[in-house]
Design a protein around this ligand. Structure first.
Ligand code: HPA
Length: 276
């Protein structure tokens, strides 16, 4: 169990390395790390150097926190995240989000790679997450009540903030991008799903499936951060098409979608800063 002192040590370390105090943060998922190079006056902090930060072991996820200005907007960029499937406890997975919350972040943009369950969707498209189904069997709020972080019984009615969703749709329209909307189902992984599981999830109302995001969204919502999540649809989910899935395919498509995602973020981040 990560203590509040441990979270505060990470906050103090980051706070001592930069004078910037961003109110917006972006978490980059699989193979999406390049965005960090677009920051000016950037400070780069390796996760390994930040007290108590978990380090990732997955190919395609480097682990650095960047702090800098992006188009004049002070911004944190987490390049790489850890997943529960690596063996990290839920409260280790969300520690960086809690640290960002205590550092003063009000709006959190989560990105991820996901498989498309909705057969109208195509690999290479982006999906705005309007709601989620937490099917990990885990929850980062389990444990002793810590009122410093927020309420124990977290209201998840509007976890994905309607104003941020609207701002992202407008940003997409301005750059001529057709963006999907849908429900993300978060699983523990790391095995991909079976075709029967995907059929079940479609029946349950899920449009895309992945192995991240839901725990981070719960932790951020507990702290009253506004959350926006964008899924990069890297593949059709298992059984939708006749061929098999593999992680390299996910990374390859992630690389191809990256430029579109970055273009969208470039349009979106100044709008988020202005809104709030
Ligand atoms: N399933 C789960 N996670 C994923 C997938 C998938 O098909 N694609 C990318 N992340």
């Amino acid at each position: 169990m990560k203590t509040l002192e441990e979270i505060r040590e990470a906050v103090a370390y980051i706070g001592s390395r930069t004078k910037l105090r961003p109110r917006v943060a972006v978490v980059l998922g699989s193979g999406l790390g390049a965005f960090a190079s677009d920051l000016s006056d950037a400070t780069s902090l390796s996760y390994a150097d930040i007290p108590h930060f978990p380090s990732s072991t997955v190919e395609g996820h480097q682990g650095s926190l960047f702090v800098g200005n992006f188009k004049g907007v002070p911004l944190y960029v987490m390049s790489g995240r850890v997943h529960a499937y690596e063996g990290h406890a839920p409260d280790a997975v969300v520690l960086p989000v809690r640290v960002l919350g205590l550092l003063g972040v009000k709006s959190l943009v989560l990105t991820n790679a996901a498989g498309a369950i909705n057969t109208a969707f195509r690999p290479g498209e982006l999906m705005l997450v309007t709601d989620h189904i937490n099917a990990t069997g885990l929850n980062p709020v389990v444990g002793p009540e810590r009122t410093e972080l927020g309420p124990r019984f977290v209201d998840m009615t509007e976890a994905y903030h309607p104003a941020l969703i609207a701002a992202c749709q407008q940003a997409a329209r301005r750059i001529g991008l057709n963006i999907r909307k849908g429900v993300y189902i978060g699983l523990l992984g790391p095995s991909f799903e079976t075709p029967a599981e995907i059929r079940m999830m479609r029946t349950l109302g899920a449009d895309a499936v992945g192995m991240s995001t839901v725990l981070e969204t719960i932790a951020a919502t507990q702290m009253r951060m506004k959350v926006l999540a964008i899924s990069c649809l890297t593949n059709m989910a298992a059984g939708v098409q006749p061929h098999k899935l593999d992680h390299r395919e996910v990374l390859e498509m992630g690389k191809r979608i990256r430029s579109v995602l970055l273009e969208l973020l470039a349009e979106l981040i100044p709008a988020i800063q202005k809104a709030g």
